[in-house]
Design a protein around this ligand. Structure first.
Ligand code: FES
Length: 123
């Protein structure tokens, strides 16, 4: 597994995303609730840049007329045909067997003269 430096922690603001070319692939890195998540910027439907889509909430329901918005900002909606994917898992909301690739993200800190923590993606 190769690790790629993708930036400093301060570049990943609360709830923000950053789209970066990593190892020849386009990857979206999202900050969600203090954790960083990386997913391939490629929709498995027809190849749109998935991470250019808006983020939304998970909508749960117990039946007609009832709905609740949960996990705000954890779902990305493809800009072409609106398929939705869970950023944490890469799985499509309505068909979890359909997914886009996810990658591990770590924050590494160097203790000698630490100026800033740096973020790595592992592919
Ligand atoms: S290309 Fe993403 S939903 Fe069609």
């Amino acid at each position: 597994m190769t690790r790629y430096l993708v930036g400093n922690v301060s570049e990943f603001e609360d709830g923000q995303k950053k789209i970066i070319a990593v190892g020849g692939k386009s990857v979206g890195i999202y900050e969600i609730g203090g954790q960083l998540h990386a997913i391939r910027n490629l929709c498995p439907h027809q190849g749109a840049e998935l991470c250019r889509g808006v983020t939304a909430a998970w909508v749960d329901s117990s039946g007609p007329g009832d709905f609740r918005f949960e996990r705000e900002g954890e779902i990305v909606r493809c800009p072409w045909h609106q398929w939705e994917f869970d950023i944490r898992t890469g799985c499509m909301v309505v068909d979890p067997a359909t997914r886009t690739m996810t990658y591990g993200v770590t924050v590494e800190r160097y203790d000698v003269t630490v100026e800033e923590e740096q973020v790595f993606v592992h592919m």
